[in-house]
Ligand binder design. Structure first.
Ligand code: NAD
Ligand code: TDX
Length: 337
């Protein structure tokens, strides 16, 4: 297989590249990433030494570049991780979300379509999110049949992307899959997201900003388990289908923050309740029956094991953390908090 991974210098994409290179010694991976504020080649140090891996700096909006990469490297699978991914940033500056997430996706689809018609591209996979379904009340789960009802500019842009992926399948017979995963955590996550932000602040004895009353619920999955699910969809996913991925680990944000503080032996006094996020979705919960029963997916991590390992990872990778929180991160953090 020759796989074009886009957005592979980000959190999930880099974990996926490590996973694929470790598992399949005969697969080639090309990583196309424009290295935005959260794209980081420091996530891929080991991959750089692997002859089956190549990095290309560039934008998924650059049609000519994407076209030439697919052509020259005989790419047969495209997996699109590239996106603006942070809800808070989408509230402050929505436009770039529409550009990268929707137009960028359409650009990749157009190239995929061209090379599918030539018999080269076998499948296009869109990495989407449970946030496209909107928000849940106290009960119920998102299934693949739940209507899309996104609430933030981020989730609206991801839903728009999903719709255009679906349209390329329905209209042009492009072989596609869409995966919709719940909140990921694990190594290499940029510390603007809840878990690494709280770990980083606790280590620095800084206040931990909890939005609203801290009772919003997310369904957490270790990034490794997301990677194993994408691997199954890549090989066995039924053409045209959507697969939900989630770990049945529903937690209130405040619970997570307290778990982190306890593990790091810091006081709950560091918690600071701050103004709520605009349009803050109350609860996400994924029904992953389909991927479990059709593709045999089974997550490996319990939340307890995953979060402890993740906190240890950040403790053992202070140099990585220090590098990503220098520069732009400081001005972003000061603006937001
Ligand atoms: P991330 O922000 O850590 O990484 C995104 C990567 O995409 C970065 O390396 C960035 O440089 C790159 N990128 C952004 N715009 C680009 C462009 N126009 N051209 C080329 N590269 C570009 O995000 P992540 O958390 O790793 O998420 C990856 C994907 O998974 C996203 O599509 C996101 O919507 C989806 N997702 C994330 C989660 C989660 O919990 N993090 C859950 C479900 C789905
Ligand atoms: O400082 C904070 N304080 C806080 O209370 C931050 C950054 C977050 N929160 C809350 C907001 C959410 O309820 O924690 C929860 C998780 O927030 P994020 O880490 O920003 O994730 P979320 O908004 O749930 O979106 C994530 O999961 C789905 C990813 O960022 C998306 O890319 C993915 O699609």
């Amino acid at each position: 297989m020759k796989i074009l991974v886009t957005g592979g210098a980000g959190f999930i994409g880099s974990n996926f590249i490590h996973y694929i290179l470790d598992k399949y010694s005969d697969y080639n991976v090309i990583n196309l990433d424009s290295l935005t504020y959260c794209g980081n080649l420091g996530n891929l140090v080991e991959a750089e030494e692997n002859p089956n891996y190549k990095f290309i700096k560039g934008d998924i909006l650059d049609t000519k570049l994407v076209n030439s990469i697919v052509n020259k490297n005989n790419i047969d699978y495209i997996i699109n991780f590239a996106a603006e991914s942070h809800v808070d940033r989408s509230i402050h500056n929505p436009k770039i979300f529409l550009e990268s997430n929707i137009i960028g996706t359409q650009n990749l689809l157009e190239v995929a379509k061209k090379y599918h018609e030539r018999g080269q591209i076998k499948k296009y996979i869109q990495i989407s999110t449970d946030e496209v379904y909107g928000t849940l009340g106290k009960t119920g789960y998102f299934t693949e049949k739940t209507p899309l009802s996104p609430n933030s500019p981020y989730s609206a842009s991801k839903a728009g992307a999903d719709m255009i992926v679906r349209a390329y399948h329905e209209t042009f017979n492009l072989p596609i899959n869409i995966t919709r995963c719940s909140n990921n955590y694990g190594p290499y996550q940029f510390p603007e997201k809840l878990i690494p932000l709280m770990i980083n602040n606790a280590l620095d004895n800084k206040k931990l900003p909890v939005y609203g009353d801290g009772r919003n619920i997310r369904d957490w999955l270790h990034v490794y388990d997301h990677c194993t699910a994408i691997d199954l969809v890549l090989h066995d996913g039924k053409i045209g289908d959507v697969y939900n991925i989630g770990g049945n680990n529903e937690k209130e944000n405040i619970e997570i923050v307290k778990i982190i503080l306890k593990y790091l032996n810091r006081s709950n006094d560091l918690i600071e309740f701050v103004e709520d996020r605009l349009g803050h979705d109350k609860r996400y919960a994924i029904d992953s029956t389909k991927i479990k029963s059709e593709l045999g997916w089974k997550p490996k991590y319990t939340f307890e094991k995953g979060i402890n390992e993740t906190i240890d990872w950040y403790l053992n990778n202070k140099k990585w953390l220090k590098e990503v929180i220098s520069g732009d991160y400081i001005s972003y953090y000061e603006k937001m908090h």
